[in-house]
Design a protein around this ligand. Structure first.
Ligand code: NAD
Length: 469
């Protein structure tokens, strides 16, 4: 009864919020560049003013160290808003199009038009950046926007719900808290665009709901991101390779990141050397007792902890542990763990790991990595440590993924100039930098014809003249 009453209250809030956002959009206020810039500036100010509070909630929800929180979330958001603020004047300029000479003196251009009222649903692993970054794009493009952050990072969600109304235009930008039942209510309404960050499973629910109203969607999903190590060509740099992979796997939300390394592909002959190289790096990052290091994020919830525990406790997988493997449910802690050749039909090799466990899969020849990756759903990112141009060309031309990064990890996410998004199972659409502006804009074709001349061949009666535009 209590729950029904509160869902009724949510429905009313959603109805009223949508009404207000639509009215605001219709008033034209959000289309003005001045308004957009003011909101973007306010986002920067909000993060600056509340850096400590934001850092605190990221620690409460995820055990993130403040340095990690700043690098991956607060600093990232401020940079993203600053880019939008600095580039907006350029982005909004209509683009001239070259029309066929035959239409002279007609002219053509493309203008970016805001969709209207957009819905942003975000995930818990980077709860501040994955909420505010899409909002930055939506605002830059001139939309009104409603955010629902994840219920699994409740402190971050509550802080955003408190701060956003005190910094941003409350008639245009709204936040609602809640989990799947609130998301379900939101999805019953018609939106002009839905931007979702989360799992492929829920992505399908979002897309099905959007299809009801033919609403365009951007789905930022996940998957298993492979990392190829071609040890022959990077043998001199192996220390850096191992450090980068360790940083990517364990140094960003304990592997609970969509672009984290999911597994490594390496030649069998090099596997034991590689494992021996990982061990001191992990110790240098987290000391002898990573649980107490304060530098390793915790597993977000008991449910996710139990999921990881189930994956690891499959006896065949357990037998493949070559480093780590300890767990503490009370502290939601999973030790940085390395597996050597877990069975390829095990769950851990078929679902996104999203945790600090790194399987190393061995191959006879590193060229086989191409076929291995192609046999799986298209990942969000492929990483390859190689200087072999032939292998690079094969990766680029024979595989498909949201992105490919050679000789580094995860930093592609930080580069505004690159589009960020998946393909196939890993997502639909892209954002970041100018791509965020485009993600939330409809590109409207404008043609200005001329009545000065007319071409009789356009009209019946038809003769045998073949008009070729
Ligand atoms: P999730 O799909 O469980 O939840 C995401 C959002 O969907 C949350 O706001 C949640 O409240 C909502 N939701 C949950 N159940 C719903 C339902 N039945 N109907 C409607 N909405 C519902 O994902 P998650 O656990 O928060 O995040 C982990 C996943 O997200 C991983 O697969 C990861 O790879 C992916 N991810 C992708 C990116 C990216 O940028 N591509 C970034 C972070 C995470």
């Amino acid at each position: 009864m209590e729950r029904e009453r509160s869902m009724e209250a949510v429905k009313e809030t959603v109805d009223q919020s949508l009404r207000e956002m639509r009215e605001t959009f219709a008033s034209g206020r959000t289309r003005s560049v001045k308004w957009r810039k003011a909101q973007l500036g306010a986002i920067i100010e909000m993060v600056k003013d509340n850096e400590e509070k934001m850092s605190d909630v990221l620690f409460q929800d995820l055990g993130k160290h403040s340095t990690e929180a700043f690098r991956d979330e607060l600093g990232f958001v401020m940079r993203s808003a600053t880019t939008a603020l600095n580039c907006l004047d350029k982005w909004v300029v209509p683009r001239k199009s070259n029309l066929p000479l035959l239409f002279y003196p007609a002219t053509g251009k493309v203008i970016s038009e805001p969709y209207g009222t957009v819905l942003v649903l975000s995930s818990w692993n980077f709860p501040i950046s994955l909420s505010l970054d899409p909002m930055i794009g939506a605002i830059a493009a001139g939309n009104t926007v409603l955010l629902k952050a994840s219920e699994l990072s409740p402190n971050a969600s509550a802080l955003l719900a408190k701060l956003i109304p005190s910094y941003l235009d409350t008639k245009a930008i709204k936040v609602i808290e809640g989990g799947p039942d609130v998301a379900t209510i939101l999805l019953q309404h018609q939106w002009d665009k839905i931007f979702f960050t989360g799992s492929p499973k829920i992505g399908k629910i979002i897309m099905a709901a959007a299809a009801e109203h033919l609403t365009p969607v951007t789905l930022e999903l996940g998957g298993k991101c492979p990392t190829i190590i071609d040890h022959h060509s990077v043998s001199k740099d192996m220390k850096s390779v191992v450090k980068r992979i360790s940083g990517g796997k364990w140094g960003s939300c304990s592997g609970q990141a969509c672009i984290s390394v999911d597994y490594v592909l390496v030649e069998q002959s090099f596997a034991s050397t590689l494992i021996d190289m990982f061990k001191p790096v992990i110790r240098s990052f987290f000391g002898e007792n990573p649980k107490e290091s304060g530098c390793l994020a915790k597993i977000v919830t008991k449910k996710h902890f139990q999921r990881l525990s189930r994956l690891l406790n499959d006896p065949r997988v357990k037998a493949s542990i070559v480093y780590g493997g300890s767990m503490d449910e009370e502290k939601l802690y999973v030790e940085p763990t390395i597996l050597l050749d877990p069975p390829l039909d095990s769950e851990i090799m078929n679902e996104e790991i999203f945790g600090p466990i790194l399987p190393i899969i061995t191959l006879r020849d590193i060229q086989e990595s191409i076929g291995f990756i192609k046999s799986k759903p298209k990942p969000l990112a492929i990483y390859a440590f190689t200087k072999d141009e032939n292998l690079k060309t094969r990766i680029l031309s024979e595989t498909s993924s949201g992105s490919v990064t050679f000789n580094d990890l995860m930093i592609q996410y930080m580069c505004d100039a690159l589009p960020f998004g998946g393909v196939g199972q890993s997502g639909i659409g892209r954002y970041h930098g100018k791509y965020s502006f485009e993600c939330f804009s409809h590109e409207k074709a404008i043609m200005e014809g001329s009545l000065a001349m007319d071409l009789e061949a356009r009209y019946p009666p038809w003769n045998n003249f073949k008009l070729n535009f």
